[in-house]
Design a protein around this ligand. Structure first.
Ligand code: NAP
Length: 335
């Protein structure tokens, strides 16, 4: 078989978090033999998470990486192949669609984009060291582990307000640390946090070091005044970094429609993007829910959408002969 035939797939999935791997499980079981280009840091955000207690079906909970290995094994069992590399460029308008990885060119009839989003971090070595061990980027995921603790939340947007308010269910005290005295948060969210007697605010401050003890447990943080540079120590057993997320969409600039924050736009209620045969699922198109289970659900939807689209296109004739095939409901219209 020639290289070009070998590198052609009916479906290529870019990204390997819960969305991409769920898409792979469904697509593989539909005999689409998907290729997952999983990235050099495969597995997505859950690879940096410790205990997961809210993924249905695991009543005792499990570790994030363990869950992702299970997803991957399940996808592999039904015939998914994996490429552990990063995609360099894509041409999604082409027929077939072109994906370049280093010197190798892959082509696909349909593509599912599930490249996720990356939580912004403060950028401290101590923050990285304690990530998953006191430092978290997701209150919904980890709040439960901080019962009766004193917590810090960094940020001044809606996420910080929402996370701080949510964390008061568990914590004895939550201190929001913000680098100035104006907030991006909406008035209603800010007022709600302000009205909560467990929430305190420290303004004009940045966390410049996260502290831990000999056992690796977080004990507090050093705050630096953003006006005069003076420092102080604050005690806390957990730090939630809520300074926003960046969707991983740079690769798709000028090809896929995005909102003002760079999230891919899909046509509700499905996962179809503005380009026929290109579907998006998971956090790359969802800045609202951002949960493993919602990402997995949208991955399933993307695989079903891709499967239906491929079936409709194939029923209409060989993909190469179509120019600008458009799926309208179940029918394919060629232009
Ligand atoms: P955001 O609105 O971009 O706010 C990020 C916050 O983090 C800002 O206050 C920013 O400070 C601060 N920040 C950024 N980098 C920082 C750094 N290196 N160190 C310290 N602080 C830093 O992000 P978001 O709160 O995640 O919200 C994103 C979008 O989702 C928004 O549109 C928001 O309305 C929406 N959202 C909605 C809800 C809801 O309605 N339930 C909940 C969550 C999010 P500066 O202001 O000084 O730049």
């Amino acid at each position: 078989m020639s290289d070009s035939a070998q590198n052609h797939h009916e479906l290529i999935i870019i990204g390997s978090g819960p969305a991409g791997l769920t898409a792979a499980i469904y697509a593989a079981r539909a005999e689409l033999k998907p290729l997952v280009i999983e990235g050099l840091q495969a597995g997505g955000q859950l690879m940096q998470t410790t205990e997961i207690e809210n993924y249905p079906g695991f009543p005792q909970g499990l570790q994030g990486p363990e869950l992702m290995i299970n997803f991957r094994d399940q996808a592999e069992r039904f015939g998914t192949t994996f490429l552990t590399d990063d995609v360099d460029t894509v041409d999604l308008e082409a027929t077939p669609k072109v994906i370049k990885v280093g010197k190798t060119t892959y082509t696909a009839d349909a593509v599912i984009v599930s490249t996720g989003a990356t939580a912004r971090m403060i950028g401290l070595e101590s923050e990285q060291k304690l990530l998953g061990h006191g430092v978290s980027t997701c209150a919904t995921c980890d709040g439960y582990f901080f019962r009766d603790k004193e917590l810090l939340v960094v940020g001044g947007g809606d996420s910080a307000m929402e996370e701080a308010t949510f964390l008061t269910k568990f914590a004895t005290k939550v201190t929001i640390i913000h680098r100035r005295d104006e907030y991006r948060a909406s008035k209603i969210m800010l007022d709600r946090a302000r009205a909560n007697e467990k929430v305190e605010f420290i303004e004009w401050a940045a966390v410049t070091e996260v502290l831990d003890d000999d056992t690796g447990a977080m004990t507090g943080a050093i705050l630096t005044d953003t006006r005069d540079g003076s420092t102080r120590r604050i005690d806390a057993q957990g730090l939630f970094v809520a300074i926003g997320h960046d969707p991983n969409t740079l690769l798709f600039t000028d090809q896929l429609d995005m909102d003002e924050n760079g999230y891919l736009i899909t046509k509700a209620p499905g996962t179809q993007t503005n380009i026929d045969g290109v579907f998006a699922c998971g956090d790359v198109q969802d800045h609202t829910y951002r949960q493993a289970i919602t990402a997995a659900g949208s991955g399933c939807a993307a695989a079903l959408d891709a499967e239906r689209w491929l079936a409709a296109v194939q029923a209409a004739g060989p993909v190469e002969t179509l120019t600008g095939a458009t799926l309208i409901d179940d029918a394919v219209v060629t232009t």
